[in-house]
Design a binder for this molecule. Structure first.
Ligand code: NAD
Ligand code: SER
Length: 310
């Protein structure tokens, strides 16, 4: 029987992924966990600090966990406030998951990487699967190192660990927790509430983005794909759309013609400038059938519709 532990389940992605996994594998077979008490997820829930390996091992043993979806991390912008602490949480947290998974011979582990692994020497347009990865944030450094550790545990210990490089994720549930792509969620909330939006990136800053429903479906598809189809054991490029703040503003104006945006770039501009504009995800499409459904227009219709209803 599949029994899943989700770390970072209170977060933007964790809260949605937990719901989707519960629908698929049975509510009580998915244990949500986070360092904070639950906000957007239901029981069963346990407080697990990913830096506490003994507690994680205890939960895995007591609950008969067979898979871990390891989402807990500090994201790009927030991570720059305390680089060494970010490295500690992102790396030691991953080591604890890898060691617990190896010790208890878990069936599978999911590790989300990020477009933050890329840097200014990476080809900016149509970034290939295998390319220069010289990240410039501590978050990107931790994801890049993490990808390589995942491959190492797979090759050395036979651990079936799978990973994707998520672009900026946009959803209408839990708000994002401190990334550089957060503007692309906040902007919808402002538009629907009838407020102007001050964007912390420049108008023409293109970044790869992905709607939450596609992210969740892609994650579960990857995890359920036959093992022989998984050819990349660092992390798969994943893409759906790329847009700039000016383009998302124009898409929202089709629903709210009077919606106004101003631009006041801050330290996050340099992070965004170091990332790529668009991603080549053909290997994920070819190996395990990645096929996103949402483009900017469709996503905007859904975001506006759901948030307005709320
Ligand atoms: P988030 O910031 O919304 O959630 C992260 C969660 O981790 C939070 O609920 C936080 O409380 C928890 N956490 C932090 N420290 C912890 C600790 N020591 N122990 C246990 N839990 C702890 O992040 P998210 O957007 O949901 O991202 C989930 C994963 O996906 C992360 O690994 C992130 O790097 C990756 N990712 C996200 C995006 C995105 O756009 N959201 C893009 C690329 C990759
Ligand atoms: N959306 C994430 C961030 O901005 C990318 O990993 O940090």
């Amino acid at each position: 029987m599949t029994r899943i532990l989700v770390t970072g389940a209170n977060g933007q992605i964790g809260s949605e992924l937990t719901k989707a996994l519960r629908l698929r594998y049975g509510h009580n077979n998915v244990l949500a966990s986070d360092i904070f008490a639950p906000t957007h997820v239901e029981e069963p829930f346990g407080i697990v600090d990913i830096l506490d390996k003994e507690r994680m091992a205890q939960v895995v043993e007591n609950e008969g966990v067979t898979q871990i979806y390891h989402l807990a991390a500090i994201l790009s912008a927030k991570g720059e406030a305390d680089p060494l602490r970010t490295w500690d949480i992102n790396m030691q947290g991953l080591f604890n998951v890898l060691e617990v998974a190896r010790t208890f011979k878990l069936d599978k582990v999911f590790f989300p990487s990020s477009i933050a692994v890329f840097g200014k020497n990476t080809p900016k347009v149509g970034t290939p699967q295998h390319t220069v990865a010289e990240p410039e944030t501590v978050y990107g450094m931790s994801k890049s190192a993490g990808e390589n550790w995942c491959q190492y545990y797979c090759e050395r210990y036979g651990l079936d660990i799978r990973s994707v490089r998520y672009p900026g994720i946009i959803g209408h549930g839990q708000k994002p927790g401190g990334g550089t792509t957060d503007y692309a969620v906040d902007i919808y909330h402002h538009a629907v509430q009838g407020k102007d939006y001050e964007c912390f990136l420049k108008a023409d800053t293109a970044l790869p983005m992905l709607y939450m429903d596609d992210a969740i479906k892609g994650t579960i598809d990857l995890m359920e794909a036959p093992k022989e189809k998984i050819k990349v054991r660092t992390s798969y490029n994943l893409a759906a759309m790329s847009f700039t703040p000016a383009e998302v503003h124009a898409a929202i104006q089709k629903h709210y013609p009077d919606f106004k945006i101003t631009y006041k770039p801050d330290f996050r501009q340099a992070i965004a400038d170091s990332w790529t504009d668009s991603i080549d995800d053909s290997q994920a499409r070819q190996d395990w059938g990645w096929a996103p459904e949402f483009d900017l227009e469709r996503m905007t219709g859904e975001m506006v519709g759901v948030l307005r209803g709320r």
